[in-house]
Design a protein around this ligand. Structure first.
Ligand code: KG4
Ligand code: ZN
Length: 333
């Protein structure tokens, strides 16, 4: 069964065709990074306008690459929350128009659940229950996953998302956008022990996160070093920041795995592409006898293949949306 998936929750315009929830026939992503770069972050108004310009071409390309026509998918799936409302609305409107004109069922998909689902697409033998850490530019969530469509939120960020901290620090240092991959690369030649940045909420006894204070600690450190005329090696600063982020993420994920007695942990979301996070989680997880799983890079960042993939399971459960479906900015899982 083919499903056409559409994703436009932030600044990537994406469409994909997936068969039976796992087989990716096409996965087209048009990144808007070049339009947001000079602002150092996503500008919501620009994002929604670009989605309007791009969405039909992206859908067309996804169908062409999959070698099918609009008549072939059995359902149209779309991200309807959470995200930037103006961006979400473009995808939701396109999906509704297609569902109506082609008389196909419409399936609403939660963007975060689709991030977590990426691991099911990648690993057919993925064990449940397991713990998932979804870390992106908009979210940092710990989920106890019981099946592709059932889970419990056991923790989340109280302020900035992990990716947001990367992006804001990169903006502060004029490094470029998005900041995550740039900092990841530069930090490789830095000393992670050079600066002892705080590990927020590391021992809070719950599974919540906070990255806003860490971001502020980094900016204060830079300002102070400059005002005192001290030499500052940028790579050391970035490596130390990244080590602090990864320490908190890995510690909390592993603690939760122990408490919930699962034997598998998964990563997803844009920050799951981070090389240090993957390395440390794999090392520490393996030491504890855990299976550590993460998706390939193109399924970590925003894409429509995971939307179409998860929609297959929602479809099988009988979930359908009506044409009154609307976009929602908030996160409710
Ligand atoms: O999942 P995603 O594409 O979009 C959201 O739903 O937010 O995640 C984008 C985020 C950005 O903040 C970006 O800086 C971060 O993921 N990111 C990374 C890396 N690659 C992308 N963060 C750290 N290390 C990376 N290698
Ligand atoms: Zn995302």
């Amino acid at each position: 069964m083919f499903i056409l998936g559409i994703e436009s929750s932030c600044d990537d315009t994406a469409a994909a065709v997936v068969e039976d929830g796992v087989k990716i026939l096409s996965n087209v992503i048009s990144s808007q990074n070049e339009f947001h770069r000079k602002y150092g972050g996503v500008v919501p108004e620009i994002a929604s306008r670009k989605h309007v310009e791009l969405i039909l071409y992206v859908i067309d390309e996804a169908l062409n690459k999959a070698g099918i026509t609009l008549k072939d998918p059995e359902a149209i799936a779309v991200t309807h929350k959470p995200g930037l409302v103006g961006s979400l609305l473009v995808g939701v409107s396109a999906a509704k128009a297609l569902a109506y004109s082609q008389r196909k069922p419409l399936i609403a998909v939660n963007h975060i659940e689709a991030h977590a689902y990426a691991n099911f697409m990648e690993h057919s033998d993925l064990e449940v229950p397991h713990l998932n850490l979804t870390v992106s530019g908009g979210h940092t969530l710990l989920l106890y996953i019981q099946s592709p469509t059932e889970h419990e939120v056991i923790g989340g960020t109280l302020d900035d998302a992990a990716g947001e901290a990367y992006d804001k620090i990169a903006k502060f240092l004029n490094l470029g956008f998005p900041g995550g991959p740039i900092i990841d690369r530069l930090a490789k030649s830095g000393d992670p022990k050079a600066i002892d940045f705080p590990r927020p909420l590391l021992n809070s006894g719950d599974y919540n996160f906070s990255f806003s204070g860490l971001k502020t600690a980094v900016t204060y450190y830079v300002k102070e070093a400059k005002s005192q005329g001290r030499d500052l090696r940028e790579e050391d600063l970035l490596a130390s920041f990244q080590q602090a982020v990864v320490d908190v993420l890995v510690t909390k994920l592993l603690k939760a795995a122990e408490e919930r007695q699962v034997s598998t942990v998964t990563l997803s979301g844009g920050v799951a592409a981070n090389s240090l996070l993957r390395k440390i989680l794999s090392e520490k997880g393996t030491e504890l006898g855990l299976k550590v799983v993460y998706p390939r890079l193109e399924l970590c960042t925003d894409n429509a293949a995971t939307i179409a993939g998860l929609a297959y399971h929602l479809f099988k459960k009988g979930l359908r949306s009506g044409l009154e479906l609307s976009a929602e900015a908030n996160l409710e899982l």
